[in-house]
Design a protein around this ligand. Structure first.
Ligand SMILES: CCCCCC/C=C/CC(=O)SCCNC(=O)CCNC(=O)[C@H](O)C(C)(C)COP(=O)(O)OP(=O)(O)OC[C@H]1O[C@@H](n2cnc3c(N)ncnc32)[C@H](O)[C@@H]1OP(=O)(O)O
Length: 305
């Protein structure tokens, strides 16, 4: 796993985000199976923290986060995420991916705060590169990406959902979503902000980011952070229907349109990747930021007692 991560990191450092030519638009890749053949069985691959099930007949993979207690995004998780995504991106049978959680009530708690506390500069560098890598791959994916947000989704968890093409959230006001970095005394990086703006617009993004707002599901719908609320027991059915609707179109037109809409934001991080890593490491190494993060972790633990 570590070797694979290193390879990924090296590749991205050399050439920026994976070249689009490797991900040429294809017309209905999954529809190529010769008619009359029996449906291919589901294939699955599972690592420690993410379960992936590939339905070959529909061309849709489901990626389920299963990293207790709260699917926090640590280095191992991010590495698995990138490897899984790369496997699917290279699988010509796969046209769409549903991202969801196997942990009840939690989609993802965002970046693992312990990865940002009391570690070395080398560690912060490696961690932040992995966070960038996850976003670059997901945001630039040629597949249809659908987030099924079946639990709370703060900060980095929200970023994963925002990076998808469409978001369905469980209709439960106890589940919250948003970029709450300001509440931790940290600042969402420019590419978190740009992704957010691209989904909700400048005004909602500015207010939400300044206040570090976490929105209960109904408010998240009102502000356009998610596209639909669905009763929890209907999420799977709805996801299948939404995916079928997106996959009914020829891939190439959708892919080129997506690339056109997202390119500027992606290019910006690719061009400033090393600078962004330096900013992160120097910011997170400050004693005042370390103190804020420690206090936040303590607050999380106290909340229980
Ligand atoms: C240029 C500089 C740029 C810097 C930008 C950095 C960007 C950062 C983006 C981020 O993603 S920061 C992370 C933000 N995440 C959060 O604020 C979420 C915090 N967690 C929660 O709100 C809750 O835990 C929850 C997700 C709503 C779940 O609540 P629940 O009551 O079900 O569980 P808890 O008892 O709170 O948590 C269980 C267990 O997990 C630990 N934990 C929770 N979240 C994190 C996390 N993000 N990282 C690490 N650990 C986390 C929590 O402390 C508990 O641990 P314990 O040992 O069992 O007490």
């Amino acid at each position: 796993m570590a070797a694979a991560a290193a390879t990924l990191a090296r590749r991205i450092t050399r050439s920026g985000v994976l070249p689009l030519c490797r991900r040429l638009p294809v017309w209905g890749r999954a529809a190529r199976r010769p008619p009359g053949l029996p449906l291919a069985p589901c294939r699955a691959f599972s690592n420690k923290k993410i379960q992936v099930d590939m339905n070959e007949s529909s061309g849709v993979a489901t990626m389920k986060f299963k990293s207790p207690p709260v699917n926090s995004l640590n280095l191992d998780f991010l590495t698995e995420f990138c490897i899984s995504l790369e496997k699917l991106e290279n699988d010509r049978a796969c046209r769409g991916i549903i991202i969801t959680s196997a942990i009840p009530k939690i989609f993802s708690s965002g970046l693992d705060i312990t990865e940002m506390c009391g570690k070395s500069t080398e560690h912060y560098t490696e961690f932040w590169r992995a966070v960038q890598e996850m976003w670059l791959r997901l945001y630039s994916s040629n597949m249809v990406t659908l987030a099924v947000v079946n639990g709370s989704s703060p900060a980095g968890g929200c970023l994963i959902a925002l990076s998808c093409d469409y978001r369905i959230m469980a209709d439960n006001p106890k589940y919250t979503i948003g970029l709450n970095e300001a509440q931790l005394g940290i600042v969402a990086p420019f590419w978190f902000k740009d992704t957010f703006v691209n989904v909700v617009g400048q005004r909602v993004a500015e207010r939400s980011l300044q206040l570090g707002s976490l929105y209960p599901a109904p408010e998240a719908l009102k502000f356009g952070i998610v596209d639909e609320l669905v009763p929890e027991e209907k999420l799977q059915e709805k996801a299948t229907a939404v995916m079928a609707q997106w996959l009914a179109l020829p891939d190439h037109a959708r892919q080129i349109t997506k690339s056109m809409m997202r390119k500027a934001v992606l290019d910006l991080l690719v061009a400033h990747r090393e600078e962004d890593i330096k900013n992160f490491t120097s910011f997170v190494s400050k004693e005042s930021i370390q103190k804020s993060l420690r206090m936040y972790m303590e607050m999380l633990k106290k909340k229980k007692s």
